[in-house]
Design a binder for this molecule. Structure first.
Ligand SMILES: Nc1ncnc2c1ncn2[C@@H]1O[C@H](COP(=O)(O)OP(=O)(O)OP(=O)(O)O)[C@@H](O)[C@H]1O
Length: 934
């Protein structure tokens, strides 16, 4: 560090060095001012010397007696090493170059920085920080350079510079840019950052404005003559410069950098005996000393090895403001000031001792950068900006090419005919220049072509996904075709023709898209090759041409030309990235919209089912009630329920099958139809048709989908689909129950099972069971144990109608959810779109928030099989009549109690593939659809 400072000191114009990130020690500089007239008049001698090495101060003790033999062996000198030392010969520029200037580059990179002047009264702090009109100090020079730097980045970065200026006088804070009699308060925000409430912050556009503000502030500052200093500052002055910047080049994310630069001129410590201050001056002195003592304590604590001591910043306003500069997020330079005069030995020694300690203080710096992400509408604007930028670059380039040619030609014509060698050389240079321009153009063209191809490929991907999902829906519908059994033959045939046509079209489109994709892929490869060749050729030519061009001007023009092409290349690359992001965001937005529509649908569905339960006073198990309570709490402050109540009453009271909720009917009519079915390998047993009744529904855990976050779902789906041994992976032991703090699902499910599965039994009856004699018996049974069974006389047909209505929605809703997740997964898979269906039984079930267990068919507890309807009815009776004959958890018992006939087992084997040994056919899971909720 000392060397860097030394370099800066010598040259004063060395490029601003960038300090390393992370932990950093405070840079301590020392300035020994020249002797003042008064000091000379008082007969003081010079006791503070800078030694030749530049970074050492030797302080001699004026009290030491050379003739004192007792002290003869003791050194007369006190030596201090600092990062840089300047003495009476040093100019203001030198001091600036070794202190604030080294911070400037980091400030522009987004790091906070502080430079503060420390020392006894009259030691030269204000002179260093403020200076005089003819010889300005650090504050002015820093701001001046800051604007120069900003100008250098013109066209690349946008800046906003604002400043505030305050003083701490007698522990009171005053705004120097808007002086008034009121004092300001310090506030600490949640992150522990200290702020001055109500402090004015003025935006400065030019160095001139800054200087005016600075002068204005200084005029308002409290300054009084004392015995020690005719222009003694009686306050600590804090100048804060805020720099906010962002790159002009637009990108999909925007980096905004903030930095705070503090420049502080402290009041000087004073010894009452020396200053002979009385009254008000003495009071000021006491305040100054107290705050400086607090600062000294902080320095002591911070410089402790290992930094284990408590640092009390709260003792003074000064230390609170300096908190970050001393121990926090700031690159800090301390300039310690000493008088060289022997009469100030004590003050100088104190200052040097503190400065020496401050060397060990470490700050932890970090860049203040935030990334601002853009949304879709802004992408359009960025693309527009980038296009404009590319146009501007092309114009600049034309100009450069012209100038390069003109200078070459002018040079050529200046050469006499006899100077053949030189003429040949210039001619060759001209030719090479043409070559290089051609190569650069080729490079740009290839990159642009690639951009177009990439964009085309993205569109193809999108179209493929759309068509694949049509085909998938069709296949899924076909699989669930028994549902159509209830439709009239006319209806069915029209539906079939429509979907057959659309699926045929989708298949044909897919074939064309595939061809197009492979064509573009080939083109892409060719262009990538062209681009790479042009790139390396460009590099080679550039070196060659540079060698041929003798004139500095030509070389510079060539360099600018190459740079210009490079910028355009970057612009194209940015465009490509933004296109792809735009594409991704569009997809996501669409999915989110559909998900939220779907969610509304589910909420309505749950509400209507809830009403059915209430209206018909159906007894529901406590577990289900608790789940419902959880669900209710999950809905934002009950607002949704309130809204739904208003609409749903109409829809249910109306008793017709058409939904009356405005948004729901919209979804039901538009979205549900379009996204009819997509679950290819998963049958949702919420369908009221007889076919579902043939599918065994087995129970494990029942978890509402709302208990999982989207992320959880996504992770689960991914994990499960990534699993090599899906069947094994989904074993119940591996599936952790999702528990709320006050509700244990695992326990709950166990209870469900041990209590005889009343939940499932009830729901089987209320949802799926066909209305026949047995079921009426069951219902009667149920209601006999109900405290109130007035509604028993409600026409059964009406109930069934309502149930079916909700069942259909449930089925569609579940399928839609699977469909959406399927698409999401496909979207996240990157450029290669898998043709394999990603939605498996497990994934889909997981999407619904269901727990899936890998259960061997033997252990399966089958309840909802109409073939064993008598058994089920018995189970149900047992459950609801608190019969001791409880449906057992034990698998062996379960098969005994619920033992299916041979045919029944066979049936199940087919639907779950349980008897097959092939891995792909191994029964993966028994799935529970949250039908019980309905
Ligand atoms: N490097 C220097 N070259 C010439 N004159 C200087 C230098 N440093 C300080 N002085 C002069 O010394 C006197 C005291 O300096 P200054 O007011 O800057 O001290 P200070 O440390 O700010 O004191 P206080 O803490 O009382 O405000 C002033 O007259 C100033 O012009």
């Amino acid at each position: 560090m000392a060397n860097v400072l030394k370099d800066n000191l010598i040259s004063g114009t060395t490029p601003l060095p960038l300090l390393p990130t992370g932990e950093q020690q405070i840079v301590v500089a020392c300035r020994i001012r020249p002797m003042t007239e008064e000091e000379i008049l008082q007969g003081a001698t010079i006791i503070a010397h800078k030694v030749a090495e530049d970074n050492m101060v030797v302080l001699l003790d004026p009290e030491e007696d050379h003739d004192d033999i007792l002290r003869a062996n003791r050194s007369r000198e006190r030596k201090y090493m600092f990062d840089v030392v300047s003495d009476a010969r040093a100019q203001q520029q030198d001091v600036y170059a070794s202190s604030a200037k080294i911070l400037l580059s980091s400030v522009l990179e987004g790091y906070n920085a502080t430079v503060f002047a420390y020392g006894a009264t009259g030691a030269g702090k204000t002179y260093t920080m403020l200076g005089t009109e003819n010889n300005p100090g650090v504050m002015y020079r820093t701001l001046d350079d800051l604007f120069v730097e900003i100008k250098n980045f013109q066209g690349q970065r946008e800046y906003q510079v604002s400043m505030s200026y305050l003083e701490i006088y007698n522990e009171l804070i005053r705004d120097l840019l808007a002086p008034s009699s009121t004092f300001l308060e310090l506030r600490e925000d949640a992150k522990g950052t200290i702020q001055v409430a109500g402090l004015s912050e003025i935006i400065a556009k030019t160095p001139r404005e800054v200087m005016e503000m600075l002068h204005k502030g200084n005029r308002a500052r409290t300054q009084e003559p004392t015995k020690a200093n005719k222009t003694s500052s009686r306050s600590h002055a804090v100048l804060q410069v805020n720099i906010k910047q962002r790159d002009v080049t637009r990108s999909h994310t925007e980096q905004v950098r903030f930095a705070k630069l503090y420049m502080i001129d402290l009041a000087g410590s004073e010894r009452a005996a020396h200053t002979q201050n009385t009254g008000r001056r003495m009071m000021e002195g006491a305040h100054i000393n107290r705050s400086l003592l607090a600062l000294g304590n902080c320095i002591n604590a911070l410089s402790e090895k290992g930094n284990t001591k408590y640092v009390n910043y709260r003792d003074s306003k000064l230390t609170r403001i300096l908190k970050d500069s001393l121990g926090g997020n700031s690159r800090t330079v301390m300039i310690a000031h000493v008088s060289p005069a022997s009469i100030h030995f004590e003050e100088s020694r104190n200052t040097l001792n503190y400065a020496d300690r401050a060397k060990y203080i470490k700050t932890k710096i970090r860049r203040n950068v935030i990334d601002v992400s853009y949304h879709i509408a802004q992408y359009q604007q960025i693309i527009k900006d980038l296009r404009n930028q590319a146009q501007l670059l092309r114009e600049q380039r034309d100009d450069l090419e012209m100038r390069l040619t003109t200078t070459n030609e002018a040079r050529f014509s200046r050469l006499s005919d006899s100077n053949t060698n030189e003429r040949l050389r210039v001619e060759e240079g001209l030719k090479l220049k043409e070559n290089i321009v051609q190569v650069y153009r080729k490079q740009i063209d290839a990159r642009r072509a690639l951009l177009e191809i990439e964009s085309g490929l993205m569109d193809i991907k999108h179209e493929c996904t759309r068509n694949e999902s049509i085909i998938e829906n069709y296949d899924s519908n076909k699989e669930n075709s028994p549902r159509n059994g209830k439709k009239s033959s006319d209806e069915t045939s029209t539906d079939t023709i429509i979907s057959d046509n659309s699926v045929q079209r989708a298949r044909a489109e897919l074939r064309v898209l595939e061809q197009e994709r492979s064509k573009l892929d080939k083109q892409r490869k060719t262009h990538v090759k062209e681009f790479e060749t042009a790139k390396s050729e460009g590099r080679r030519l550039f070196e060659k041409v540079t060698k041929k061009m003798t004139s500095l001007e030509q070389r510079e023009l060539l360099r600018l030309l190459a740079q210009n092409y490079e910028y355009e290349m970057k612009t194209i690359e940015l465009q490509a990235e933004i296109f792809s992001r735009e594409h991704m965001v569009k997809n996501r937005d669409l999915q989110l919209l559909r998900m939220s529509q779907h969610r509304s649908l589910c909420d309505t569905l749950i509400y209507q089912q809830r009403r059915l339960i209430q209206e018909h006073q159906i007894i529901i198990p406590t577990d289900l009630e608790e789940l419902y309570q959880l669900y209710s709490r999950d809905i934002d402050e009950g607002q949704l329920m309130h809204d739904l109540k208003t609409y749903s009453l109409r829809s249910i009271a109306g008793g017709n099958n058409k939904l009356s909720l405005p948004f729901l009917s919209q979804i039901a009519e538009e979205d549900l139809t379009s996204a009819s079915t997509s679950v290819t390998s998963f049958h949702i047993p919420t369908n009221g048709s007889r076919r579902n009744l043939n599918q065994p529904v087995t129970t494990t855990l029942v978890v509402p989908h709302r208990t999982l976050s989207d992320q959880d779902l996504f992770t689960r789906v991914n994990n499960e689909s990534n699993s090599n041994d899906l069947g094994q992976d989904l074993l119940v032991t591996k599936t952790k129950p999702i528990s709320y703090s006050h509700f244990n699902f695992e326990q709950s499910s166990k209870q469900q099972l041990t209590k005889g599965n009343s939940l499932v039994s009830m729901s089987s009856e209320s949802v799926d069971t066909p209305i026949n004699k047995t079921d009426t018996t069951i219902r009667n049974k149920t209601h006999t144990i109900s405290p109130s069974n007035d509604n028993l006389h409600t026409p059964i047909n009406n109930k069934v109608k309502l149930r079916k209505q909700t069942q259909d929605i449930a089925a569609k809703a579940a399928q839609r959810r699977a469909n959406l997740h399927h698409k999401e997964l496909m979207g996240d898979m990157g450029p290669v779109v898998s043709r394999e269906p990603i939605v498996s039984k497990e994934n889909v079930a997981s999407i619904y928030g269901l727990e899936i267990t890998g259960v061997k068919p033997k252990k399966t507890v089958t309840i909802n099989d109409p073939a064993v309807s008598r058994g089920r009815a018995n189970d149900f009776r047992r459950t609801n009549s608190d019969s001791p004959d409880i449906l057992p958890l034990d698998p062996s018992n379960s098969t005994t109690n619920n033992r299916p006939t041979k045919t029944q087992t066979k049936k199940r084997s087919i639907s779950h593939g349980s008897t097959l040994t092939n891995r792909s056919q191994i029964p993966i899971a028994n799935v529970v659809v949250p039908r019980e909720h309905f």
